[in-house]
Write a protein that binds this ligand. Structure first.
Ligand code: C2G
Length: 137
């Protein structure tokens, strides 16, 4: 069984996240998502999520590509996660390209092209600007 892991905040879940998870799962048989906790997001990424960790976790667990969700509590846990969960492949979007190459002696490291034109930040900005629909009839 080929085991894949990826990490992220996954707030305001959108099709860019889904594309990443779909491609990650296609690389193996079992996909683990290490989901950033609210504390990690605020303390380390200065992100204040719209959804809480538990809400974001329940959304991810409903996705067919995701087999297990674990908490991402700090930057240092990746080495131990790869060992403890017997990971074969580590996957991240290419906005992180090169940042996790230190894992290459433990598992395959893959950076996938981000899905263009969509991000949680963009969703928040557009809603702030009263863009209430992208649908053009
Ligand atoms: N992503 C993507 N395309 C987008 C938006 C996001 O492929 N349009 C990918 C990101 O590259 C990342 C994953 O979706 O691999 C989750 O994105 P975020 O929730 O923004 O995660 P991030 O804040 O980058 O946290 O230790 C790693 C960090 O926890 C990653």
């Amino acid at each position: 069984m080929k085991r894949v892991i990826t990490y992220g905040t996954f707030d305001l879940l959108h099709y860019g996240h889904i594309n990443l998870l779909k491609r990650s799962k296609a690389m193996g048989d079992y996909l683990i998502v290490a989901l950033s906790t609210d504390e990690f997001n605020w303390n380390e990424k200065q992100k204040r999520c719209y959804f809480t960790y538990e809400e974001r976790k329940s959304l991810l667990e409903a996705i067919r590509y995701v087999d297990l969700v674990i908490p991402e509590k700090d930057w240092e846990q990746k080495n131990s996660d790869v060992y403890e969960y017997h990971i074969n492949t580590f996957v991240m979007g290419d906005d992180w390209k090169g940042d996790f190459d230190f894992l290459k002696d433990k598992c395959e490291v893959v950076y996938l092209p981000r899905t263009p034109e969509i991000s949680t930040t963009k969703i928040k900005e557009e809603l702030n600007n009263k863009v209430i629909s992208k649908v053009v009839l």
